[in-house]
Write a protein that binds this ligand. Structure first.
Ligand code: IVH
Length: 675
């Protein structure tokens, strides 16, 4: 959430009103907006603050106090106005709002209902005798647009209810994450531009007529007209019985809370679930549950007094695409990465975002210099979703795809969506071989930089296993390779053939394993064949390997299978025990680490040195420091790192009396591993 700027002059105020009006118009027309949700909210709050100070200067088209910022229109009158919600932006503001409501009522609220604020479009669906008659958008709140033509593509909005009742359902239509991705595939296949984000997709889809393709949407009911006198939670249950979809089917299900403290707790839980939900939410709605309380509180012209939205930071932000980098991964995959003008999304500064693959860039029609929508939620790698076409200036330039592998210059295999250097893992052969023959691994002297390049370029060696198949003749055939050097090299390779398993395994450079971890893995499995057959569960039995690291290692092993097979066939790495000196070497990770014996849960958003790490990287850090990373708090948890907005997990840790550290305190504890 951005702090609201202060508007210092009538001109600044008028400019702010104009920006808000045009953003609201775009938003309610097709869901697009060059302003992020956070920026729009901040702008409206600045306008409100100015109007409070200068009531005589309020402009007629000001968005304050109007449903849909005054932007939307429609021609079918609503039976009962479709209102908006007032917003609060923190637990404190929510408490103050609740206090105000109770003061107005003159008694405590008889229970709260806490539910997700679904990020889609409000609709009213009219049923007569249980049959769907008409679907309307919210419009300006008093009259909406008839979008009945779109109804049959909306899941959860049945054509017929389970009972022949007259009722008007109120709720939100949205694209779930899956529907959004599918919609964009379908659109691109039809030559249409992909939707920038799910909400604009839902808006565009609901209003479109005569499209040559069908896009499914999802409806969630959160209210109704024509069913009086039910408490809100009972109403939601009734709507589900009638056959309408409600948020009760989701992890973020509505909950009736007896006290505000419990309601705050549920708000935190829903906020925490956000990243894992299969649909977007932009807040949590808190409603006085009792019908009597709602009737007594009544509504203003814009919003009910008995409900409020606790807004969450936007997950989509607009920023500029500065460049595209092409990085060659360990397996030869050539992956594009967007370089962005830094933008803060939900408290984290995003500078890079994934672009998946070249076909994806083409599908999205991106250009360098474009303003783009970037999406980031929870632990996911930020991704670029779409350009903001209205913002193009003409100065944008095409993204240049590489014609040759950016690392080795060899050809690119473009037959799959993900481009790959034709050398595959071999693209990094020289670097991997240099690492493998290093003193701490196979310790093969005479294979310094130029020799490794020579061997790879002569096609004699593509991976470390090939070293063990080299013949005297092959080596003698190389330039500047005399008999003595050849014999010395062959002798060093023969010695390495009997190197302990731990060193051979270490030489493979498996991501997530260093020397200590390689020793532990070797000691645990005993043979290369057993390591090759390991699955994530068995790997996780090794000290210092949590679920996260185990799955990385499994993927690496699968990729390295051909190399492992060659090593096994050549009998490399059959010596199990390490020389005593090496085993006695103090561990730099694992048992001796600062988190030895600890099971650690990280929750909330990280600050300080940890802010730069993804959740996966943080978990890897914990494992490097000898601890076990876990995602849920239980009796086995020994330490919780609680950042800002840590919700239910922190509460549970407090309840169980588990040690809680701030991200900064934790960073000090693992300073060595962070460095
Ligand atoms: S209650 C009279 N509940 O948020 C009650 N609204 O920003 C007004 N929304 O116009 C709405 N999820 O489109 C309610 N669980 C929920 C909601 C919800 C999303 C939307 C709705 C409303 C807008 C206000």
């Amino acid at each position: 959430m951005k702090d609201a700027a202060v508007l210092a002059s009538p001109t600044a105020y008028a400019d702010a009103v104009a920006s808000a009006v045009s953003a609201a118009a775009a938003y309610y027309a097709d869901g697009s907006t060059p302003l992020g949700d956070d920026e729009y909210d901040a702008l409206v709050r600045a306008i409100e603050a100015y109007e409070l100070e200068h009531p005589d200067q309020v402009l007629a088209d000001s968005p304050t106090g109007k449903v849909a910022g005054g932007a939307a229109e429609g021609d079918v009158p609503h039976s009962v106005p479709m209102l908006s919600l007032d917003n609060v932006f923190s637990a404190e503001e929510l408490a103050a709002w609740a206090e105000g409501l109770e003061r107005r009522l003159g008694h405590p609220v008889d229970g709260w209902c806490v539910e997700p604020k679904l990020d889609g479009l409000a609709v009213a669906a009219r049923y007569r005798a249980g049959r769907l008659q008409q679907v309307l958008t919210r419009g300006d709140g008093l009259a909406g647009e008839d979008i009945s033509h779109a109804a049959d593509a909306v899941l959860g909005l049945p054509a017929e209810l389970t009972e022949p009742v007259d009722i008007e359902l109120r709720g939100e239509v949205l694209l779930t994450q899956e529907q959004f991705e599918h919609a964009n595939q379908v659109r691109v296949a039809h030559g249409a531009a992909p939707f920038a984000h799910p909400r604009s997709g839902a808006a565009g889809t609901l209003r479109a007529k005569d499209r040559p393709y069908r896009i499914e949407l999802t409806f969630f009911a959160y209210g109704a007209v024509g069913v009086e006198d039910l408490d809100h939670s009972a109403l939601l249950e009734r709507l589900a019985v009638l056959g309408a979809n409600t948020a009760a089917t989701t992890a973020a299900h509505p909950a009736r809370c007896a006290t505000l403290a419990q309601a705050q707790q549920r708000v935190a839980e829903i906020a925490e679930l956000r990243a894992t939900l299969p649909f977007g939410i932009d807040g949590v709605v808190i409603k006085a549950d009792a019908a009597a309380d709602q009737q007594q509180a009544g509504s203003g012209s814009r919003a009910p007094r008995w409900a409020v939205a606790r807004k969450l930071a936007a997950q989509h932000k607009v920023t500029r695409l500065l460049a595209v980098e092409w990085n060659v991964g360990r397996t030869g995959i050539i992956a594009p990465r967007a370089v962005l003008e830094p933008v803060v999304i939900d408290g984290v500064t995003v500078t890079y975002a994934t672009l998946h693959n070249p076909a994806d860039i083409t599908r999205r029609g991106l250009l360098i210099g474009d303003q783009v929508f970037v999406y980031r939620a929870g632990d996911v790698i930020p991704r670029v979703e779409a350009p903001v076409l209205e913002e193009r200036t003409g100065a944008e330039t095409p993204i240049v795809f590489p014609a040759a592998c950016p690392r080795c210059g060899d050809a690119i295999d473009t037959s799959e969506q993900r481009w790959r250097c034709v050398r595959g893992r071999g693209c990094q052969a020289v670097a991997s071989i240099r690492y493998a023959v290093g003193r701490d691994q196979l310790d093969i002297e005479g294979l310094g930089g130029t020799r490794a390049v020579q061997l790879v370029e002569a096609g004699l060696v593509a991976d470390v296993a090939d070293l063990f198949a080299l013949t005297r003749e092959q080596l003698l055939g190389l330039e500047r390779m005399g008999e003595t050097s050849t014999d010395n090299l062959l002798a060093a390779i023969e010695t390495a053939r009997t190197a302990p398993l731990a060193r051979v395994f270490c030489a493979l450079g498996v991501r997530g394993t260093g020397r200590t971890m390689s020793r532990r893995i070797a000691a645990h499995f005993g043979s290369m064949a057993a390591i090759r057959a390991a699955d994530a569960d068995t790997l996780a039995q090794v000290a210092g390997i949590g679920a996260e690291k185990a799955s990385v290692i499994v993927a690496e092993l699968a990729d390295l299978a051909p190399v492992l097979d060659k090593l096994i066939a050549q009998g490399v790495g059959t010596a199990v025990s390490e020389p005593a000196a090496a085993t006695a070497e103090p561990a730099t990770e694992g048992e001796a680490g600062p988190l030895a014996g600890e099971t650690v849960v990280v929750t909330g958003s990280m600050t300080g040195a940890l802010a730069a790490l993804s959740r996966t990287e943080t978990n890897e850090l914990i494992e490097r420091a000898g601890g076990k990373a876990s995602s849920s708090v239980s009796k086995r948890t020994t330490l919780v790192v609680a950042g800002e907005k840590a919700g239910s997990k922190r509460a549970k840790a407090e309840e169980l009396g588990i040690r809680i550290l701030s991200p900064e305190e934790f960073a000090v504890l693992v300073a060595d591993q962070l460095a």
